[in-house]
Design a protein around this ligand. Structure first.
Ligand SMILES: [Zn+2]
Length: 106
């Protein structure tokens, strides 16, 4: 079964980072976004994986926004929309990194 990266969404996952189930606070701030199941498993593609390993939060946010934009998911965001997206991603990854995810084979 092919799974998508839980970070940038548009690439195939090659590894998974595992934390305890259900320990993340509610990270859903945008009603337009799908509800994310907190199963403690965060699939990662080859591009996102080293950034998660390094806890390189700012680079991970920049990469995810860049992939979203290249994929046409954010056709022409206003500066305010872009800032809100970055804020939400930052918040999500802060919570994830605080939970100290461990890489496992997928
Ligand atoms: Zn990815």
């Amino acid at each position: 079964m092919i799974m998508d990266c839980d970070f940038c969404v548009f690439n195939e996952a090659t590894s998974v980072f595992v934390i305890s189930m259900g320990i993340l606070p509610s990270i859903r701030t945008d009603p337009a976004q799908p509800v994310e199941l907190d199963d403690g498993r965060w699939n990662s593609c080859e591009g996102c994986e080293p950034l998660v390993e390094q806890r390189a939060k700012a680079k991970l946010v920049a990469r995810v926004v860049s992939v979203f934009r290249k994929s046409g998911m954010l056709p022409s965001p206003t500066p305010g929309e872009l800032a809100a997206i970055k804020f939400n991603l930052d918040r999500k990854y802060t919570a994830l990194f605080d939970a100290d995810p461990v890489k496992r084979p997928i």
